[in-house]
Design a protein around this ligand. Structure first.
Ligand SMILES: [Cu+2]
Length: 128
């Protein structure tokens, strides 16, 4: 019966990983005055959930009109990015998840609050 634990281990390894069907998940932190990470690298056609969290002392947003317009998402997620505005607005301490499927391209990101982009709230998204 010494082979039995090995057989069990082999069985465990062969079980399909169901997590592959759930979207990849990443976090973008908004702060005074930065996005972390500032540059996102996503895979075209692969669903992803982006968890936006505002750790700043006031409101910030993640504005990427072209990125959100080019991405595929359902109506609920489209609402979370304020439709055509393509923006995730968060008050101090707020967070929001957006699930979408990105399209290939390079997109600019900024915070639309007055002066925030000049203070460092810019970034980019590369999808390939
Ligand atoms: Cu800001």
């Amino acid at each position: 019966m010494r082979i039995f634990p090995l057989a069990l281990a082999a069985l465990a390894l062969s079980v399909p990983v169901t997590a592959a069907e759930t979207p990849a998940r990443l976090t973008v932190t908004l702060a005074n005055f930065s996005f972390t990470p500032a540059d996102l690298h996503l895979h075209a056609g692969e669903p992803v959930t982006i968890h936006f969290v505002n750790e700043g002392s006031g409101g910030h947003d993640f504005t990427a009109e072209e990125f959100f317009a080019a991405s595929t998402m359902d109506a609920a997620n489209r609402t979370r990015v304020e439709g055509a505005k393509g923006r995730v607005s968060l008050g101090k301490g707020e967070s929001r998840d957006v699930t979408l499927t990105p399209r290939a391209g390079t997109y600019k990101v900024h915070c639309s609050h007055f002066m925030h982009s000049s203070l460092g709230m810019t970034g980019k998204i590369v999808v390939d």
